[in-house]
Ligand binder design. Structure first.
Ligand SMILES: Nc1nc2c(ncn2[C@@H]2O[C@H](COP(=O)(O)OP(=O)(O)OP(=O)(O)O)[C@@H](O)[C@H]2O)c(=O)[nH]1
Length: 344
């Protein structure tokens, strides 16, 4: 029996994983795909957006959400049973795509493919790491040496680099292919510098391809045949050295409310909140007063994007829900108060 290939899509918060997967589904060329989506924060925006594709390549039944925290920490409880269910279907998918949360370490997930129940029936075709070229060029993953020294002085047990840098290294070290995304936002010279920085973190021979809005040819992405689960030792991870990985370095919460009376006021306030509190990511759905459609809002660092995705359904409450993610110490009360002034 041939094994069902699975592709793991990793990459930091907002790198463009969902965008790439939507592109993949829309260009699946007749392949039947199943999707496992793991998201940080429980608003389920990614799954909603992917389901919104309404694509034959991946009907809603083939999209599974894993919302109980990061996939790397819930492998046994969530991921394995989900995989078994997909593999046990009378008509299993041709290829499984797994979107990890932006804070997940890919290695424990790849390791799960060594479990006896899975190993004979599925294989990791490839780990694809998405990189936000704009964020790398802006130095978001570089260590702020002064801040690190101060943190170590305050907590001598601190045993790793900045949490963002750690994830950047971790996700690239596990990759079989890197997609350098958001090339539209950086200059050619900056892109070359980013490529060099990325190349330094990958294993030898790993290909880096450039992309704009995750537009990568499905033939390049699927069918890498890496069997990554057989090659774990070459993929270095901080957890190999016995380091803990419990996501304590990040904080997140969901802010909910009613309608937003003035969208421009919300956008302006979000911009201020992101800058003041160094928020990494905000995403969610907004009920804008007087509008029949719901608004999807996305912020990655200082960049905020929004669009109306579909009409509110008759039985749906017109509510606003935003996931806010930042580094440890995020001032939730202050952010809630500031955003609360523009959400009813
Ligand atoms: N300018 C630009 N924006 C992009 C590109 N790719 C994605 N985006 C935008 O970046 C934001 C985040 O994209 P997502 O695809 O949701 O990122 P993600 O990696 O799935 O995010 P998380 O699941 O929260 O980690 C969205 O507003 C996208 O429209 C790109 O190539 N260029």
């Amino acid at each position: 029996m041939s094994k069902i290939p699975a592709t793991v899509i990793t990459g930091f918060l907002g790198a463009g994983k969902t965008t790439l997967i939507r592109h993949l589904l829309q260009n699946a060329k007749g392949r039947r795909l199943a999707l496992i989506i793991n998201e940080f924060g429980d608003v389920g925006v990614d799954a909603e957006l992917v389901k919104g594709c309404n694509d034959e390549a991946c009907p809603e039944d083939d999209i599974v959400e894993l919302a109980n925290g990061c996939i790397c920490c819930t492998v046994a409880d969530d991921f394995l049973p989900t995989m078994m269910k997909l593999l046990d279907r009378p008509n299993p998918p041709e290829h499984i795509i797994i979107e990890t949360s932006g804070l997940a370490l890919p290695k424990p997930l790849v390791k799960a493919f060594q479990w006896p129940d899975i190993r004979t029936r599925a294989t990791v075709d490839g780990v694809v790491a998405l990189i936000d070229a704009d964020a790398v060029a802006a130095g978001r993953f570089a260590t702020d040496e002064a801040a690190l020294a101060a943190a170590r002085a305050a907590d001598p047990t601190l045993d790793h680099d900045s949490p963002l840098e750690e994830l950047f290294e971790e996700q690239l070290a596990c990759a079989d292919m890197v997609v350098l995304n958001k090339t539209d936002l950086v200059s050619p010279d900056a892109l070359k510098a980013v490529e060099k920085q990325v190349d330094a973190e990958t294993r030898p021979g790993v290909k880096i391809i450039r992309a704009d809005h995750g537009a990568v040819d499905i033939a390049a992405l699927l069918g890498i045949t890496a069997a990554a689960e057989d090659d774990l030792d070459s993929r270095r991870s901080h957890i190999d050295d016995g380091e803990e990985h419990d996501h304590d370095d990040f904080d997140s919460f969901v802010q909910t409310g009613g309608e937003v009376p003035d969208l421009d006021a919300l956008l302006a306030r979000m911009g201020e909140v992101i800058a003041t509190h160094d928020v990494l990511r905000i995403k969610g759905m907004v009920a804008v007063a007087g509008k029949p459609s719901r608004l999807v809002i996305q912020a990655v660092g200082p960049r905020i994007q929004h669009f109306y995705d579909r009409a509110w359904k008759g039985d749906e409450a017109r509510r606003t829900s935003l996931v806010v993610i930042g580094q440890k110490g995020l001032d939730r009360a202050a952010i809630e108060a500031e955003l609360g002034t523009v959400i009813a």
